[in-house]
Design a protein around this ligand. Structure first.
Ligand code: HEC
Length: 122
């Protein structure tokens, strides 16, 4: 009898753990919509001031980000953070940034493609 109640306990525990892990799995990965909303917020808060809302950059002082490969953007942000690529401006921006934020920003700007390109009248 003792073993039986013991195994019931194990089954009960296993079921509970399953339930918990399922709830955790649903809550834990950030949905694409959430990730995009958070990227848009970051862009609106910081990047757009210098690089433009779509990374289109209207000034020679700030590099154009629209259409750059996401992997390149992520690598540059990591390089700013590590100091490998020195920039007094960008180091402040990336100081507390996580790699997943950098990747999300990279994808955002890559998708902006030809944003802000004007047809040249020459
Ligand atoms: C205050 C102005 C400013 C803000 C705000 C800013 N940047 Fe920059 N960014 C710069 C400048 C200046 C450079 C050029 C740095 C250098 O190479 O000296 C740069 C360079 C970059 C580069 C490298 C581009 C290339 O062609 O290699 C990336 C990527 C970048 N910024 C992303 C971002 C992102 C993402 C944000 C928002 C989270 C952001 N920046 C916010 C000024 C800014």
């Amino acid at each position: 009898m003792k073993t039986q109640s013991g195994s019931r306990l194990v089954i009960a525990l296993a079921l509970m753990t399953c339930g918990w892990s399922r709830a955790w799995a649903q809550a834990s990965p950030v949905s694409i919509e959430e990730a995009e909303a958070s990227v848009r917020q970051q862009v609106l808060k910081q990047c757009f001031v210098c690089h433009g809302l779509q990374g289109e950059s209207a000034s020679d002082k700030y590099p154009r980000l629209a259409g750059l490969p996401a992997a390149y953007i992520t690598a540059q942000l990591q390089a700013f953070q590590s100091g490998q690529r020195p920039s007094e401006t960008m180091i402040e921006i990336v100081r507390a940034m996580s790699v997943s934020d950098m990747q999300a920003l990279g994808h955002y700007f890559e998708r902006q493609g030809q944003a802000g390109r004007t047809t040249s009248i020459q």
